[in-house]
Ligand binder design. Structure first.
Ligand SMILES: Nc1ncnc2c1ncn2[C@@H]1O[C@H](COP(=O)(O)OP(=O)(O)OP(=O)(O)O)[C@@H](O)[C@H]1O
Ligand code: SF4
Ligand SMILES: [Mg+2]
Length: 380
């Protein structure tokens, strides 16, 4: 097809200057930031993980618990509690990423929501940049939310379908009166859209005019507009195609480097989480089963649950993948209302002993900051 014919088929006004790509009328084609280009065509899962740093601590979480009450009857009598998060501790350094992986219902989002202080924890402590934010409310909480923000899996949930992209991006900025001059607000939107690899001309459009990957970029632009120090990314790529996942992950890494941001990156796909995390926590039924540097976790997984998860994750090299031994996880995840008495994993663990059924293993450093909660590994 000749260039002219091609242009008449597409809208010439939406040729992206950065991507030099033509956008179709029906769905705008996914544009690609040149700096993210290197991630294209390459499987994100074969890239090397990032090592831990020695930058200052920004987030310290101590023995965090979030138990939701289970009520019954008209009087809403409490008959139990969902132990969504049951004693989680970690430290995160500025500019680093903590990945949290685990099966559905393990409590990953609840950790994120507690750190964001969308929830007030049942017990434990959250220190952000030296300030105890566990129970702050009102104005203090408002100030805190200028520094921390969250991006979730479903951009439709955060992007109002009736709002133009510009207004969605500016919502937090306007609420917090961060930029009041109209021209400056427009410039900010243009900068944010460019940063996430979208054409600033798109700011007059509505969310439904974009592809899933682009909507996720818009929610990232919206999160970045308030100039946060910290972002909780909750399954932000889980609903996207693998190639688009790679673009978004690449974009998040580039933005992190440019702006010195700190992330909690929650995900199902271990191979994606590995790629951008300095440390990774494996969560099961409200607890961290293993927590260590990304490299160590994938090279030397010690907890039986981590070993099973890693063995189930596909390796993008078919020959190696076919030769691997798979550890099948049988049985259902027990209910967090009635977790097992001893080790949370004992109902599905092939190494479980009598001790495992009665004694809850503590998360112990087995050397070099590699933390594991398993009697068999720690021997204590
Ligand atoms: N507001 C709430 N009230 C009661 N129970 C809740 C509430 N929020 C979460 N839970 C329960 O807490 C547990 C952990 O939920 P959470 O959403 O944190 O898991 P998750 O690891 O993020 O799962 P997924 O991978 O499916 O997103 C689940 O059993 C869930 O049903
Ligand atoms: S403590 Fe026991 S049940 Fe739990 S993971 Fe280790 S061996 Fe398995
Ligand atoms: Mg979740």
């Amino acid at each position: 097809m000749s260039d002219d014919k091609l242009k008449s088929k597409f809208r010439p006004d939406v040729i992206d200057p950065v991507e030099k790509k033509l956008m179709t009328q029906e769905g705008v084609e996914m544009p690609v930031d040149p700096e993210v280009q290197e991630f294209l065509g390459e499987d994100i899962r074969v890239r090397e993980p990032v090592p831990p740093t020695q930058s200052p601590e920004i987030l310290v979480v101590k023995d965090l618990k979030m138990h939701f009450p289970v009520t019954k009857g008209l009087l809403k009598r409490q008959v139990g509690s969902v132990k969504a998060v049951d004693g989680v501790s970690f430290t995160l350094r500025q500019g680093e990423t903590l990945g949290i992986v685990g099966e559905s219902g393990s409590g990953k989002s609840t950790v994120g929501n507690c750190v964001m202080r969308n929830l007030t924890p049942t017990s434990g402590q959250i220190l952000f940049d030296g300030q105890d934010v566990t129970h702050i409310k009102g104005k203090e909480l408002g100030e805190f939310h200028k520094r921390l923000t969250m991006v979730t899996q479903d951009p439709f949930a955060s992007l109002d379908p009736r709002m133009k992209v510009r207004d969605s991006i500016l919502e937090g900025v306007r609420i917090n009166k961060l930029v009041t001059d109209k021209q400056e607000q427009y410039d900010l939107v243009a900068r944010m859209l460019t940063l996430v690899g979208l054409n600033p001309k798109f700011s007059d459009r509505y969310p439904h005019e974009f592809s899933g990957g682009q909507r996720q970029r818009i929610s990232i632009a919206r999160a970045l507009a308030i100039n946060p120090a910290f972002i909780v990314c909750d399954e932000i790529v889980s609903a996207l195609d693998v190639s688009i996942q790679a673009q978004i992950v690449g974009l998040m890494m580039k933005i992190q480097e440019e702006l010195g941001l700190t992330y909690i990156f929650i995900g199902h796909d271990l191979s994606v989480v590995r790629h951008l995390s300095n440390q990774v926590a494996v969560m099961y039924l409200g607890k961290f089963m293993e927590l260590t540097s990304s490299d160590e976790l994938y090279e030397k997984p010690l907890h039986p649950y981590t070993q099973a998860l890693i063995s189930a994750a596909p390796i993008p090299k078919p020959k190696v993948d076919r030769q691997r031994e798979r550890i099948l996880l049988t049985g259902e995840v027990p209910s967090p209302i009635n977790p097992p008495k001893g080790c949370n994993f004992c109902t599905r663990c092939k190494y479980a002993t009598e001790r495992c059924k009665t004694e809850d293993p503590a998360l112990v450093d087995v050397g070099g900051g590699h933390m594991v909660a398993c009697h068999m590994v720690t021997g204590k």
